[in-house]
Design a protein around this ligand. Structure first.
Ligand SMILES: [Zn+2]
Length: 286
């Protein structure tokens, strides 16, 4: 396993509040950004296995691996990991979108796998979301995954509320481009947000060009980097899940006039690029 490490520029939360607010106001009519105590993410709609997303934050982009191995590789065994990737084809036997929500194993605790996967229901061509742990017991995934890892602790986070989209950018792209414009160099962020309005999903991995409208509430798992420091990275990737059987790749909201996002984010301290392909790929990049 090869692993490249990079230290992000890590602005203070207070500074990010001002930067994100200004950028989001170009794209949303009503924007509130502040530093808050992370809400208890074990509660609905998040239902994560940990209370928060704080402590030793990292972003990792990796190829075919086991999440337990990855958290050891990024010096954070037992980390809480969220993000977006492809489901483990060898296990499932079909292509799927994967929503990792995992507390990995540590010396004292077995792993807790709250991940979901979504795939095309062969019966009706619709979207089918399933909880991974109800069928399988590994922590694998295939192809590429974009991950945000932390100790999963409570603590201070940036709360972002954005209502009524007036611009063309989706919520995540708007924040990412705001960071790029302001900082120039690489700043990475991750966390979670939910939408109380329907979202569009495209099954991006295989360019199936299937678009679904997914009902709210949807819990999204964003990972984004303002600029690639030269590791052939995907700059943003967001998957979402729900408790009503829908999930997939976050693409857009359908109802800009009434859309409402509420999210909790943190900057990442380090980036890890695990097994960077030797040939540049354009696969799966938006
Ligand atoms: Zn995706």
């Amino acid at each position: 396993m090869s692993c490249a490490e990079y230290s992000f520029h890590v602005p203070s939360l207070e500074e990010l509040v001002g930067v994100l607010r200004k950028g989001l106001m170009d794209n949303f009519a009503d924007v509130q950004v502040s530093v808050v105590d992370c809400p208890n993410l074990t509660k609905e709609p998040f239902t994560f296995p940990v209370k928060g997303i704080c402590g030793k934050t990292r972003i990792a982009e990796a190829g075919v691996y086991d999440l337990n191995k990855i958290t050891k590789e990024i010096q954070l065994p037992g980390a809480f990991v969220l993000g977006a990737g492809a489901g483990p084809f060898p296990t499932l036997g079909f292509n799927s979108e994967f929503m990792p929500v995992v507390q990995t194993e540590s010396e004292h605790k077995p792993p807790v796998n709250g991940s979901y996967f979504a795939h095309v229901n062969s019966a009706d061509g619709g979207c089918l979301l399933e909880k991974y742990s109800e069928k399988y017991h590994d922590l694998g995934f295939a192809l590429l995954a974009n991950l945000f890892a932390s100790e999963g602790q409570p603590g201070k986070v940036i709360e972002v509320k954005s209502k009524r989209r007036t611009g063309k950018l989706n919520f995540v792209t708007c924040m990412r481009q705001t960071l790029e414009k302001h900082y120039g160099g690489p700043v990475g962020m991750g966390g979670t947000f939910f939408s109380s309005c329907p979202l569009n999903s495209d099954e991006d991995v295989n360019k199936w060009l299937r678009f679904y409208e997914m009902k709210a509430p949807l819990v999204c798992l964003p990972v984004f980097i303002s600029r690639d420091p030269g590791f052939d990275l995907r700059l943003e990737h967001t998957h979402c899940f729900s408790h009503h059987g829908e999930g997939g790749h976050y693409h857009y909201d359908n109802t800009p006039d009434i859309v409402e996002y509420l999210g909790y984010f943190l900057p990442a301290e380090f980036l890890y690029r695990i097994d960077q392909p030797t040939e540049t790929h354009s696969f799966g990049q938006d």
